[in-house]
Design a protein around this ligand. Structure first.
Ligand SMILES: *[C@@H]1O[C@H](CO)[C@@H](O)[C@H](O)[C@H]1NC(C)=O
Ligand SMILES: *[C@@H]1O[C@H](CO)[C@@H](O)[C@H](O)[C@H]1NC(C)=O
Length: 424
């Protein structure tokens, strides 16, 4: 039970192939060395006029001829060497199995090479999974940020990791997700003595000392409460639990677009037990849900704020990932998914669609999708999101389009509770 079964049969073939490959590299190298030498010998002994009696040209002309001949031969040799090197690099790349990330570049940190190295299974193909080698997972877009990635993987093995959470976040936001693993000790935070027991932890202020401010412009929560809307529409001052606004959310509505948690929970057909909150800011949605015995995972990216540390300090489950990444959850698992304006990644219709399909995937049939104050910048945007939702065939349990006056002009918001249908 639980053991990996390995079949010996196919293994020998694989190893033979690897040996042939290695010999091919050696052969090619030998070949290029030999040809190089032969060319040199040829160039220096070559005499275009075998008949000496015909040598009636003057010596200067001859010398000129000799020199140009040599130059020609040398450039031929150089070409040959270059093409051999290209072939070698190609073979090396194929052996490493990475086409997009060029590990043969001179400044590639050895840790990156070691992490990405493919390892053949010692006994060949695994009969259960069909795999023949162990591979490490890394975002394919990492190849576009090789300079940052190399910096990230340049550290002392078994030593302390560099203080580079900002660099990690930068890489992830450029699509380098997942990041490669590292063999260094991440900086620890002295959380002991600062944490509160659950459920009191849900509403206690979090100390500046137990979150990492690495890579953030603010270095304390006082600073954070002064940057206002910079944290996004769904999280205006959401890290300030004492301002009297954050702890009213989901229990006291300010407008018809704000649904109450009790109302929504009563709509769930077979009960709501587990949920996912997308771009959940400081985790307040999960905190309110925790009081109703609903376990909610809060997806949060540390944009300008130490969201993951904060959510964890409240005794809630933070999920550090960008919204470009496929959700690391199985199909049909959640009873509830909650999302707001953050859903609209850059206003691209296709991007929103990919995200919506992934939300639909992780939500079970009969589960609820709570779209909470989705900001519709234009009427067209409102039509887009409406059309998109209708395509999924969800039952509209609640549907409210309301206006809010924000910064002088009135803004359009959509709030909805939708039930995922059973599809054939
Ligand atoms: C040109 O090369 C030939 C041999 O290939 C040699 O006999 C001759 O002296 C050379 N001429 C000069 C001017 O170097
Ligand atoms: C908070 O950080 C700001 C700079 O970001 C600094 O000016 C201020 O003194 C800090 N306040 C406290 C209470 O540490």
């Amino acid at each position: 039970m639980g053991s990996v079964s390995l079949k010996i049969g196919d293994g020998t073939a694989r190893f033979k192939r690897a040996t042939i490959c290695t010999s091919a590299v050696n052969g090619l190298m030998l070949f290029s060395v030999l040809t190089t030498n032969l060319f040199a010998l040829y160039a220096f002994t070559y005499n275009p006029n075998h008949n000496a009696s015909q040598n009636s040209q003057n010596p200067l002309q001859l010398a000129h001829k000799n020199i140009s001949l040599i130059t020609e031969q040398v450039s031929l040799i150089m070409e040959e060497i270059e093409s051999s090197q290209k072939k070698l690099t190609q073979i090396e790349k194929e052996l490493l199995g990475y086409e997009t990330i060029d590990l043969t570049k001179p400044n590639t940190p050895s840790e990156l090479k070691i992490f990405l190295q493919r390892h053949s299974l010692p006994l060949g193909k695994d009969s259960r999974t069909g795999i023949t080698e162990m591979v490490a997972s890394i975002g394919h877009t990492c190849s576009k940020s090789m300079d940052l990635l190399s910096k990230y993987m340049d550290y002392k093995v078994n030593g302390p990791c560099p203080d580079d959470l900002g660099l990690a976040q930068k890489l992830v936001s450029r699509g380098c997700e997942p990041l490669p693993r590292r063999r260094c000790f991440a900086k620890t935070l002295p959380k002991l003595g600062f944490l509160h027991p659950f459920p009191a932890s849900l509403w206690k202020s979090v100390s500046d000392k137990i979150v990492s401010w690495s890579g953030l412009s603010c270095k304390n929560f006082t600073c954070l409460s002064n940057i206002g809307k910079k944290l996004g529409k769904d999280c205006v001052n959401c890290f300030d639990l004492s301002n009297g606004i954050e702890n009213q959310r989901f229990v006291k509505g300010k407008g018809k677009n704000d649904f109450m948690i009790d109302d929504v929970l009563s709509m769930g057909d077979e009960g709501v037990r587990i949920g996912l909150d997308i771009a959940g800011g400081s985790g307040t949605f999960a905190a309110r849900m925790a009081e109703k015995d609903v376990t909610v995972i809060t997806q949060a990216f540390n944009v300008e704020a130490p969201a993951n540390d904060f959510i964890a300090a409240r005794g809630l489950f933070p999920l550090f990932m960008s919204l470009d990444h496929r959700f690391p959850f199985y199909d049909n698992v959640f009873d509830l998914v909650h999302a707001g304006s953050a859903l609209d990644v850059g206003g691209k219709a296709e991007k929103l669609e990919f995200l919506m399909f992934d939300i639909d995937r992780v939500l079970r049939a009969g589960g609820l999708f709570w779209l909470d104050n989705f900001y519709c910048a234009t009427d067209e945007r409102k039509r887009d999101i409406t059309r998109l939702i209708e395509k999924f065939g969800y039952k509209k349990l609640k549907w409210v389009i309301g206006e809010k006056v924000g910064s002088g002009k009135s803004e359009l918001y959509l709030s909805a509770v939708l039930e995922k249908p059973v599809r054939a």
